[in-house]
Design a protein around this ligand. Structure first.
Ligand SMILES: *Cc1c(COP(=O)(O)O)cnc(C)c1O
Length: 724
């Protein structure tokens, strides 16, 4: 029974006729419904862009006259009424997918813990793909009507803002956000005071408040320490995401895992399934055991019991990428805790012991793997790599019997689909196509879309991308302080008609952003043919403490600045969800060049595919499953190389050959009588038809439900679920 309240702050003064815009600003449902976003942007487009599509800031700053104007606009108020009818029916529906299939299980709450939630660019709670996946998962849980709550941390400064200096060096800066400016609502008890949780850190208690973010029907609860009750040093504990300071890191993970469980309890929640998205949240298993041990149950019995409802997803294919702590740090933070579990130090360390190159580590994934019953990796190949990596936990099992399954990642359709293409899908796939987005048969109807119509939308989306990037470049030039070459590097010379390739992701060395630059002479020759120009847009951040990633950005930037590139190579600063939408919707080809098998899944290429861009990637992660020979292109072969130098060389050659011999000629081949690249469009339809259903978040969440959540729910025998 929930015992708390959340009240939407009311700090807007809006005309009565449209005053529900204030309420909607506090439900991120608007963020995946582009027609709803227009209710804001139509009022004052320029202001909406300037304020990073943040409806709260927007409503606070918009001129009263602009608000009055739309209330007198017949078209606007009709739209407003129809959108709010849709919103109310979404929020109050008792006929969701979950209701129709699992109505009797609506009290089986799933609690989903993640260090990051990528919900929208205005909410700085994510760094990259892991966060975007959590955000997409949460939105789909809402769409499907799952009994679901998210748990995370609230970062007032987020990850960081990226600037690239004239010589290509990444500089990081931090902006502090105000709670008042964001769609977060303080969780209060019945008397109106904030509900707080306490965790013990060396020599002191630390307190956290809880904020609710409404994601459609699903609440996400975020803990934050930045308030008076804490000592100054602890108030900044939750300011930033992914610090390299070990004390800060373990403190954040204690707050997420242990504080998160306590927060849910304080609000009166009693989850039946506990899902840890990546190892950061693994301390939650300890807290759940401690709860039972305190009631007098033995450690062994308690751990067997909690294990049944724990689910763990791992995303990290390289041992070095895993979250692990040195024993001295565990002593420092947990010596008070293991007696509460009735364990000795040695028994406690043994729960998560992992022998690594520098000695014995306390490994978060080991802790989560040992104390969960449901475990998964995020693609087929990643599953194999993961079972091999953790085989030592189950020494008597052969590698293929290691109990870790795989569920390949997907993307949330509403969040990533371009508005205008969505309208085309509405016309040709049937108006309720989104309810069947994972149905492969339904997607056959893509073939009914006339080529001209699909091509016209694609051209529109590319023009929109190019116009947007050039406008950014112009603003930069106008602001002053930039050298001309920086304006060129940021896209001033982009051509709205040239074949456009996108490469945007975190700059981790295994992703090999510079693979396409290995033979620059050849590349410059290929992209500068007057009759078949090609342009490549790069974007992405490196972790601020990671020199290797920053050097990689510099390497790319050097090629971008080279006059021989003809301004056809571009690097865009500040890759975030906003830029990701523009790029995945606007480019023709999405490039991904990870060093196989290091890409656990990847999802950006799935966003591109949904929008009609073609993938050109290494057969790793999701693309190894998606590629069928007719829906895009592969780089290299599906083989394991002995050295990475050899792999890089082979992959680069394959990349240039395919680009030059297949991709460019296909795009510029207008032989058909209607002046359209007919074969390209055929490939595009094949790509949409095959990839959109298979890599939808709907397919993914159904698999999580069937393979991991339902088995973890303590169901009575007479409550067997009915399946659709
Ligand atoms: C989708 C997305 C990612 C994931 O990209 P991959 O390279 O496919 O892992 C990262 N960052 C942002 C901002 C995204 O939108």
């Amino acid at each position: 029974m929930e015992t708390f309240r959340t009240k939407i702050p009311n700090h807007f003064s809006l005309p009565k006729r449209i005053n529900r815009l204030g309420e909607l600003a506090y439900n991120l449902w608007w963020s995946w419904n582009p027609d709803i976003q227009r209710l804001y942007s139509l009022i004052d487009k320029e202001l909406w862009e300037r304020l990073e599509h943040n409806p709260i800031l927007f409503l606070r700053h918009v001129e009263r006259a602009e608000l009055n104007a739309v209330t007198n606009n017949r078209y606007y108020v009709d739209q407003y009424d129809s959108m709010f009818r849709e919103y109310d029916s979404y929020m109050n529906s008792e006929n969701s997918w979950f209701d129709r299939n699992y109505a009797q299980m609506s009290d089986q709450l799933i609690a989903y813990f993640s260090m990051e939630f990528g919900l929208h660019e205005s909410l700085p709670l994510y760094a990259g793909g892991l966060g975007v996946l959590s955000g997409d998962h949460t939105k789909e849980a809402s769409d499907m009507g799952l009994p679901f709550v998210g748990v995370g941390l609230f970062y007032t400064e987020g990850y960081f803002t990226q600037r690239i200096t004239a010589d290509g060096w990444q500089e990081a800066s931090y902006t502090r956000r105000k709670f008042d400016d964001l769609p977060v609502i303080l969780v209060e008890d019945e008397t109106g005071g904030p509900i707080t949780v306490t965790v013990q850190l060396p020599g002191r208690d630390v307190y956290a408040r809880i904020w609710e973010v409404r994601v459609g029907r699903v609440p996400v609860y975020l803990l934050d320490t930045d308030f008076e009750k804490n000592a100054n040093a602890d108030r900044s504990m939750t300011s930033r995401l992914y610090s390299s300071d070990l004390d800060l890191k373990i403190s954040q993970e204690i707050l997420l895992g242990i504080g998160g469980v306590r927060g849910l309890r304080a609000m009166g929640y009693d989850p039946r399934v506990w899902h840890m998205n990546e190892g950061h949240a693994a301390f939650l298993v300890l807290e759940r055991i401690r709860e039972l041990v305190t009631e007098g149950i033995s450690f062994d019995e308690a751990s067997e019991k909690v294990k049944l409802n724990n689910v763990f997803t791992t995303h990290t294919p390289v041992p070095a990428g895993n979250d692990e702590f040195a024993p001295w740090l565990i002593d420092k933070y947990f010596s008070y805790y293991w007696p509460e579990l009735k364990l000795t130090r040695e028994q406690f360390i043994d729960l998560a012991k992992h022998t690594v190159d520098w000695g014995e580590a306390f490994s978060m994934p080991v802790l989560a793997l040992k104390l969960s019953n449901g475990r998964n990796a995020v693609s087929d190949l990643h599953g194999r790599v993961t079972r091999d990596m953790w085989n030592f936990i189950w020494p008597s099992r052969r590698v293929d019997n290691v109990p870790i399954i795989h569920i390949t990642n997907g993307i949330h359709t509403g969040t990533w689909l371009a508005r205008r293409l969505g309208h085309v899908y509405n016309s040709y796939l049937g108006s309720d196509w989104m309810e069947h987005v994972d149905d492969e048969g339904m997607w056959e109807r893509v073939n009914n879309i006339p080529d001209e119509q699909l091509w016209e939308v694609r051209r529109h989306l590319k023009r929109k991308l190019v116009a947007y990037v050039r406008e950014l470049a112009r603003k930069r030039w106008l602001r002053g302080g930039s050298q001309p070459i920086e304006v060129v590097a940021s896209g001033a010379l982009l051509d709205p008609y040239a074949l456009t390739i996108g490469f945007a992701r975190r700059f981790a060395p295994y992703k090999r952003a510079n693979l396409i630059l290995r033979d620059q002479e050849r590349l410059f020759e290929i992209i500068n043919r007057p009759d078949m120009p090609v342009q490549i847009i790069f974007a992405g951040k490196s972790h601020p403490d990671h020199e290797g990633g920053k050097l990689l950005i510099q390497d790319v930037y050097r090629a971008v600045k080279n006059s021989e590139s003809g301004g056809r190579l571009v690097f865009l600063e500040e890759y975030d969800m906003h830029l990701a939408r523009y790029l995945t919707q606007g480019v023709d080809v999405w490039l991904n060049t990870p060093r196989r098998p290091n890409e656990a899944s990847g999802t950006s290429g799935q966003k591109a595919a949904l929008n009609g861009a073609l993938n050109f990637s290494v057969l790793d992660g999701w693309w190894r499953e998606g590629y069928n020979g007719k829906n895009g292109w592969a780089i290299g072969d599906e083989v394991d190389y002995t050295t990475s130098a050899l792999q890089d060389e082979k992959d680069a050659k394959s990349l240039y050959d395919t680009l030059e011999n297949d991709i460019i000629p296909l795009y510029y081949d207008l032989r058909s009588s209607d002046n359209l690249p007919g074969e390209w469009i055929t490939m595009m339809k094949e790509s949409i038809r095959t990839l959109a259903p298979q890599f939808s978040m709907r397919r993914m969440v159904k698999e999580y439900l069937l393979d991991l959540y339902l088995p973890a729910m303590p169901v009575e025998r007479n409550q067997e679920p009915v399946q659709e």
